[in-house]
Design a protein around this ligand. Structure first.
Ligand code: C2E
Ligand code: CA
Ligand code: CA
Ligand code: CA
Length: 275
């Protein structure tokens, strides 16, 4: 490793050595887990504030590896994004969630499923086509699928055009897009304008501070009103108590999600909840 501006070769610190090592171990085990389809999918309900009914389930990846133990999404997803394995996780989650939606529909539950994806996952030329093929194989109606998108980094201008084209294809096929972590992303307002998004999901950090700080509450209210004035549907995530739920309802928030309603869980554990 060369120091910036100099010719000195400096050795990596012990800590960054360890981090690099961990990353390559996680990558190696992840490849295997994807190959063996050894990831789990948990689901977290979203309820409509007006009807109080569960209208959708968000799919969240869970991974317990027999060698390296549990790897949280907060560690897993950034590594998957760097190594490009994020697309394979995305396709895996899409297929699993679609199959689960079909099962819920068969049981009489009219639920949508929401799958997380990084905007970068739409970079490839055949992404939309591949996704639509997977969906068709599962028999899940495209109108039951929501894709939650986030972007933590700036996109290169040239990939932006092709990403928009892929997203339009999916939207025209019936899929809806949700702008996740609204208020914290790299370019929330830009994406609201450019991308085929119909729903905003206000980031949980704003919900967490809403009762403690008048300013946070005003920001949340402002985000809800902005969304409504543009005909977006508005979701609040990370709702942990009744006070937050009530305030959000007063603001006119359409959909709530959080531990107050339910933690993410396996479909078998959500059976009682759905009744
Ligand atoms: P996210 O999409 O914003 O998901 C919400 C996170 O907050 C989830 O963490 C969820 O378990 C947690 N959560 C839900 N309700 C509450 C609450 O009331 N209070 C608090 N404190 N937390 C709550 P999780 O499952 O660890 O996922 C973290 C992030 O990792 C997700 O944030 C998402 O960005 C990413 N992620 C998870 N699964 C996937 C996936 O399959 N694909 C991609 N691309 N990203 C994923
Ligand atoms: Ca999400
Ligand atoms: Ca979020
Ligand atoms: Ca988040």
């Amino acid at each position: 490793v060369r120091e910036a501006g100099g010719n000195n070769i400096v050795s990596l610190s012990k800590a960054s050595h360890k981090a690099l090592n961990r990353r390559s171990v996680v990558e190696k085990r992840l490849l295997l887990a994807l190959d063996q389809r050894n990831l789990d999918v948990y689901y977290q309900p979203l309820i409509d504030t007006a009807s109080k009914k569960v209208i959708a389930m968000e799919a969240l990846v869970r991974w317990h590896d027999e060698e390296i133990g549990t790897v949280t999404p907060d560690e897993l997803i950034p590594i998957a994004e760097e190594t490009g394995l994020i697309s394979e996780i995305g396709m895996f989650m899409l297929e699993k969630a679609c199959l689960q939606a079909v099962e819920w529909h068969t049981q009489g539950h009219d639920l949508k499923v929401s799958i997380n994806s990084s905007i970068r996952e739409f970079r490839g030329k055949n992404v939309a086509k591949t996704m639509l093929e997977i969906i068709e194989r599962t028999g899940c109606p495209t109108t039951s699928i929501h894709l939650e998108i986030t972007e933590k980094f700036a996109l290169e201008a040239e990939s932006e055009t092709s990403i928009m084209a892929q997203m339009r294809t999916l939207e025209q096929a019936g899929i809806s897009f949700i702008l996740d972590d609204f208020g914290t992303g790299y370019a929330s307002f830009r994406y609201m304008q450019l991308l085929p998004i119909k729903t905003l999901k206000i980031d949980q950090t704003f919900i967490a501070s809403m009762l403690k700080s008048e300013k946070s509450a005003q920001i949340v209210n402002g985000m809800v009103q902005l969304g409504k004035s543009m005909n977006f549907s508005v979701i609040a995530e990370g709702v942990e108590n009744e006070e937050q739920a009530e305030l959000l309802q007063q603001f006119g928030c359409d959909v709530l999600q959080g531990y107050y309603i339910s933690k993410p869980a396996l479909p078998s554990e959500l059976k009682a909840f759905l009744k």
